[in-house]
Design a protein around this ligand. Structure first.
Ligand code: ACM
Length: 430
């Protein structure tokens, strides 16, 4: 007689991001819809408890975001093992940035991205809406920003823009998935698309040429001029009106053509304009030189010293160091696409780095964000190749913290099958 051994293979669970606490109780969990329970968990507004038993499943959370994240976790448990998961995020800012200015991407493409962000428990979509090469958000009081400034992109393609209706739809779609859209209007540099749209924004009275190259740091608003100041106020008022979230990003990076004193005075004027609109200013790390009073948010991309200066001024910090978080960098020397000015960023580099800049108190750090600049990718497939699966690593770093490459790698390998099933054009670099 042959005895078949009853010992089944150990149940494995491959979750990305990993939950804070996971107990695998065995196989054979119910595939019924879970009961959703609103109750105290001690896990904060985004935390949840997920229990899958043989006959019943439940998600308990203090609010709708936690219930949503519990469902995202459950959606990754294909075999429905019996589990008990207690989970909550490490950081409140878990972001992805897409540059829609250098190349334009459609609302539908961004909605697909929002769905993937939700699967990874990311909660901030930063849209880089304006730059030298394009202005992508309709501004009713300055319509040529999009009709002229949105009419091209890097390489001379047709560009494009979002009507305010498009944009509202996108913001609402994100909000249904607990993602806050953070709009960026880059100023006082990176603004040629605006200068090309309106002659009166230039000292010559003439519009500049539209720009389709990839240089940076060559344009500046004409600060101190009354028309420019009215332009800034009207644009920020419309952008704030389209923004239910508390943040408006004003870029403030690489303003090499702006006089440093004027730069400082300008940002010191923009900040109260935004607070009058009930918005908190966010800027790239150069904004530290403006010595703004708190509250403001500094996005560290290049200089830890700037991050440290900002933190000492009371700023909250978002970590996006280019060498680990910039998704337009190539994976390695054999990558099909990507730059390397910040070095190659392989999957391990994207996942294992210190989110807290040296010397900054950890409590000043809101979290992290992975920017995708679009000088190089021209199509959405190229964007997906650069973003995925690296952004899965950033998502786990933000939600759980790094568990180390050896722990992450096999879970990611299983996770790639999910991305395959979803039709994501990720880079197969493992
Ligand atoms: C940046 O990469 N210029 C923020």
């Amino acid at each position: 007689m042959i005895l078949s051994l009853a010992c089944s293979a150990p149940v494995q669970v491959y979750l990305v991001p990993a939950p804070r606490e996971l107990q695998i109780l065995g196989s054979g969990g119910t595939t019924d819809e879970p009961e959703l329970i609103s109750a105290e968990t001690g896990l904060g507004p985004e935390g949840y408890v997920l229990e899958v038993g043989r006959r019943s499943a439940s998600i308990t959370a203090e609010g709708p975001a936690g219930l949503f994240y519990g469902q995202q976790t459950l959606s990754q448990l294909e075999q429905r093992p019996r589990v008990l998961i207690r989970d909550e995020p490490l950081y409140s800012w878990r972001g992805s940035m897409i540059d829609v200015a250098r190349h334009f991407f459609t609302v539908e493409e961004l909605k697909g991205h929002i769905d993937l962000m939700a699967l990874h428990k990311l909660n901030r979509l930063h849209l880089h809406l304006t730059d030298d090469q394009g202005w992508r958000l309709q501004i009713l009081s300055w319509p040529q920003l999009t009709t002229v400034g949105g009419s091209t992109e890097v390489g001379g393609g047709p560009g494009g823009f979002y009507t305010q209706e498009d944009y509202r739809e996108l913001v609402a779609y994100a909000a249904e998935r607990f993602i806050t859209v953070v709009p960026e209007v880059d100023m006082p540099g990176h603004c040629n698309a605006a200068l090309a749209s309106y002659g009166e924004l230039n000292p010559s009275g003439q519009p500049t040429e539209l720009y389709t190259g990839t240089d940076v740091g060559f344009s500046s608003l004409w600060l101190g001029d009354e028309t420019t100041l009215r332009f800034v106020e009207e644009v920020l008022t419309e952008v704030a009106g389209l923004t239910p979230g508390p943040w408006v990003h004003v870029g403030a990076d690489e303003a090499h053509e702006t006089d440093p004193q004027e730069y400082k005075a300008f940002l010191q004027a923009v900040q109260p304009t935004l607070s009058g609109l009930d918005k908190t200013l966010v800027g790239w790390d150069e904004v530290a030189s403006a010595e703004l009073p708190e509250p403001y948010v500094l996005q560290w991309w290049r200089s830890e010293d700037n991050a440290l200066d900002g933190a000492s001024q009371g700023a909250s910090i978002i970590a996006s160091p280019a060498e680990h978080a910039y998704l337009d960098m190539a994976y390695d020397g054999s990558s099909d696409l990507g730059g390397f000015w910040a070095g190659f960023t392989d999957l391990e580099d994207a996942y294992t780095w210190d989110v807290v800049p040296a010397g900054v108190p950890p409590e000043a750090v809101l979290g992290l964000e992975a920017p995708l600049w679009s000088e190089l990718p021209e199509t959405w497939e190229e964007v997906e190749y650069l973003v995925w699966p690296r952004l899965a690593g950033h998502a786990e770093l933000a939600w759980t913290g790094s568990r180390g490459w050896e722990d992450y790698r096999p879970r990611l390998e299983a996770h790639l099958q999910r991305l395959d099933a979803l039709g994501v054009a990720y880079a197969d670099e493992l």
